[in-house]
Write a protein that binds this ligand. Structure first.
Ligand code: TEU
Length: 554
């Protein structure tokens, strides 16, 4: 089947189902809740949804631990609800991509239960099981450490064998070396594609192939062993196999979550002729405010670094592959208040500026639920307000390793993954219109004035700004195909870039400063037409705090 590459014209909205809309009064979002909000998405103007996992799961990692790939987690609804949702989306011209979590399963998956209870189980080799070290194998097979802190190995009962888990204990890694595992994955893909879904966001897909030596690696502060489990030796082979055996037969798209991949590695993943993935999420820009990619090690944001990263990817992938554009997701803290912006006095202005900044780069933009109304980080006061498994593991690590405590004191509340997961703020009622009972996670107090109902009415809202941006992108070939030029690469408070296609040009000018800033570029744009801005009044050559302007010359 011919791929139409529809994703290049998509604007994708990410739904984190647990926090989106509760219809059955259990304090958790669900599929009928999503259906009730499809008109809202249609009004916003998005034409694709990425749905975080809705599969049957014990929810140790909120669904990123799947116990049955073909069933829906009961509190979220039924397969019938799912089919209705898909139908209702398609009726509105909205495509659906699912979260594909196949680096690991849940430890509650039947395969895993069988694998660990019986050494002769046909599923034993579905997982990565190795003998421990020391007397009676009581020590883990090697010193690798995982994404949620601590060893990547868990002992199987009191035997001398251990299983590998790069994430939580309840997320055992699948053994992709085993061809049967790959066949299972293909069957799962076909199951959903045949039902009509339009593609997949492939969770931690760059971790599926592991070097098979399983030897110790150089000790370090985080992700010991990553050279053995990130971008492993057979990654490309596996992805190509999925492509030829499955994706090639559907007009679908895939976007890989490619943690820790460089531009060169990404090019190999998305070059169309290699037939692996269509797009990747890289995290270089969300790592500009931390050290060594470790988000808990916060460092002051510098605009120059962000520009460098965007230029690197915009230029680097040009003509070779397609970028994904995002500044938020369910693992990242809220963008407003981040990247040197302000989530108090200038919240609305800042959110619109950030939107202008990333939305008009080359690639497919993603909006994470609540971003379109400028939702902020959670009001968490202590670890007791936080549910996320990663936050609790890291908190525990801080208790065990006192040297880490001062870092965590600063960042545990502001960087943990529950920040973007607070219930979607639909209105100003007690539980923000998300639910009529107490939600699973604290509702932000600012629902009183940050909510979708108010935003839809207010012409000057962030929501309506996003609507205009989406409208502006539609059918705009300069935005889709134009080349990227950084106009002020060395400036540390103004981000100005152009997108050029032939004679046509779009120019985006954004101030990342709380102070007024003189900007010489503005003088050169006198012949251009201003099409959007986050302020009513304008000075000729001075940008107001966090001002954004979008110009065209055609
Ligand atoms: O995330 C993978 C990942 O490496 C990071 O986003 C990580 O969770 C975070 O940076 C830790 O600070 C994916 C999913 O997006 C995440 O929600 C899951 O927990 C994880 O995989 C495991 O499936």
């Amino acid at each position: 089947m011919k791929h139409t590459n529809w994703y290049k014209d998509a604007v994708i909205y990410q739904i984190y189902p647990r926090s989106f809309c509760d219809s059955n009064h259990d304090g958790m979002g669900d599929i009928p809740g999503i259906i009730s909000k499809l008109d809202y998405l249609k009004d916003l103007g998005v034409n694709c949804v990425w749905l975080s996992p809705i599969y049957d799961s014990p929810q140790e990692d909120n669904g990123y631990d799947i116990a049955n790939y073909r069933e829906i987690y009961k509190p979220f609804g039924t397969l019938e609800d799912f089919k209705t949702m898909l139908d209702e989306m398609h009726k509105r011209g909205i495509r659906l991509i699912m979260d594909l979590v196949v680096n690991h399963t849940s430890s509650e998956h039947e395969w895993f239960k069988s694998a660990i209870s019986d050494k002769n189980s046909p599923y034993r080799d579905y997982y990565i099981i190795r003998k421990g070290k020391g007397k009676n194998g009581k020590k883990p097979p090697n010193n690798w450490s995982g994404f949620f802190g601590g060893s990547t190995w868990e002992r199987i009962g009191d035997t001398d064998e251990w299983y590998l888990h790069l994430f939580a204990k309840g997320q055992p890694d699948l053994n992709w070396e085993n061809p049967k595992v790959r066949e299972e994955v293909k069957d799962i893909l076909r199951y959903w594609l045949d039902m009509g879904v339009d593609g997949f966001r492939c969770d931690v897909i760059t971790l599926i192939s592991k070097k098979q030596d399983f030897k110790n690696r150089m000790p370090g502060i985080a992700l010991v062993g990553k050279d053995a489990y990130v971008n492993g030796p057979r990654l490309h082979e596996y992805l190509h196999e999925l492509y030829t055996d499955v994706y090639a037969n559907y007009d679908c798209m895939t976007v890989g979550e490619t943690v820790l991949s460089s531009l060169d590695e990404a090019i190999d993943l998305v070059s169309p002729e290699r037939e692996e993935l269509d797009m990747v999420f890289n995290f270089d820009h969300t790592d500009t405010d931390n050290y060594m990619g470790v988000k808990w090690l916060y460092r002051k944001f510098k605009l120059k670094n962000l520009k460098k990263v965007f230029a690197h990817w915009q230029k680097g992938l040009r003509g070779k592959g397609w970028n994904s554009l995002f500044i938020e997701n369910h693992d990242q803290r809220r963008s407003v208040g981040r990247f040197g912006t302000d989530d108090k006095e200038y919240r609305v202005i800042s959110a619109k500026m950030l939107a202008s900044m990333y939305f008009l780069l080359q690639g497919t933009p993603f909006i994470y639920q609540g971003q379109e109304i400028g939702m902020t980080n959670g009001d968490f006061e202590s670890i007791d307000d936080v549910v996320d498994v990663e936050a609790h593991n890291i908190y525990q690590l801080g208790q065990d390793v006192p040297i880490l405590r001062p870092f965590l004191k600063k960042t545990l509340m502001s960087c943990n993954r529950d920040n973007p997961r607070t219930p979607m703020q639909w209105d100003d009622t007690r539980f923000a219109g998300f639910s009529d009972v107490k939600p699973w996670l604290k509702v932000n107090k600012n629902k009183a004035f940050i909510n979708a109902k108010a935003a839809q009415i207010d012409q000057g809202s962030i929501y309506n700004y996003f609507k205009s941006l989406i409208e502006f992108r539609k059918g705009n070939e300069v935005i889709r195909d134009g080349e990227y030029f950084d106009l002020l690469p060395r400036d540390n408070s103004i981000y100005a870039y152009a997108r050029r296609l032939g004679e046509k040009e779009v120019v985006v000018v954004c101030s990342f400063s709380k102070d007024k800033k003189k900007c010489k570029i503005l003088n050169e744009l006198k012949q251009h037409k201003l099409v959007m801005s986050n302020y009513q009044e304008k000075d000729d050559d001075v940008l107001k705090p966090f001002e954004a302007r979008i110009y065209i010359n055609y």
